[in-house]
Design a protein around this ligand. Structure first.
Ligand SMILES: [Zn+2]
Length: 243
């Protein structure tokens, strides 16, 4: 597995030339460039917060701990440059390493796709209500209460892959090549599985092999070495955390 460095830049340049008629004039065919997304109005999911909130980068968000009321991350950014819809947003701080991770997986022959990024409280409420209609109170084992979701932090991603035809993943994602790759490699890019197998009684959530949270590369290494969940690690007294 190759890690793609931050300095890797791929430049593709295409120049199509042709000749026209007997006068030997060189005709330059127009280069086909995909239209840039129009972002004159902010994408719906990436609106700037009306209020200033604390950074909350390492907030311990879980069933018990909520984000500040109405929290919106300060630096949401659309992911269209990674090939996703403009409505898909994440905090700017997480985007470069997400991009490196996607490229590294590609080098290993795998195509990852983020199927859920930042979610507003309103979107989280919609999702919870939909799942409650099907699962009743069991919904709380897989969907966070609005205000308690890592997705609202703008640092969590749900990932699918080509082998699943990019559908919403289920527990079997752990058996897919993309799921196995993420399990083995995501921490190198600062992403940690938030709700691991066998830790359901600690996290309060079902095993979610598709849900990863960005904590930065250094912190991801520490959490992985500790063998603890993100929630447990962030609950440690600061003298034991060695953050
Ligand atoms: Zn998720």
């Amino acid at each position: 597995m190759k890690i793609i460095g931050r300095g890797t830049i791929i430049v593709l340049s295409v120049l199509v030339l042709g000749t026209a008629g007997v006068c030997f004039a060189i005709k330059k065919e127009p280069v086909k460039v995909p239209p840039a997304p129009t972002l004159s109005t902010p994408p719906p999911g990436c609106d700037k917060p009306a209020t200033e909130f604390p950074d909350e980068f390492l907030a311990n968000v879980n069933h018990a701990n909520a984000l500040p009321e109405g929290y919106v991350p300060p630096d949401l950014r659309p992911l269209y440059k990674l090939g996703f819809t403009p409505e898909m947003c994440l905090r700017t701080v997480a985007v470069p390493d997400l991009s490196f991770m996607i490229k590294a997986a590609k080098v290993d022959g795998l195509t990852l796709k983020v199927v859920s990024g930042f979610r507003s409280m309103a979107r989280q409420t919609q999702i919870l209500n939909q799942v409650k209609k099907i699962k009743g109170d069991k919904a709380y084992e897989s969907v966070a209460i609005p205000g308690h979701s890592e997705h609202q932090l703008g640092l969590a991603v749900d990932i699918s892959g080509a082998s699943l035809k990019y559908s919403l993943p289920t527990k079997t994602f752990e058996l897919s090549p993309e799921g196995k790759w993420l399990e083995a490699n995501s921490y190198k890019y600062g992403f940690i599985e938030s709700y691991p197998k066998g830790k359901e009684s600690i996290t309060g959530y079902i095993y979610e092999p598709w849900h990863y949270r960005y904590v930065g590369i250094e912190m991801a290494q520490k959490i992985r070495d500790s063998g603890l969940t993100i929630q447990e690690f962030l609950s440690l007294p600061s003298d034991k955390e060695s953050k």
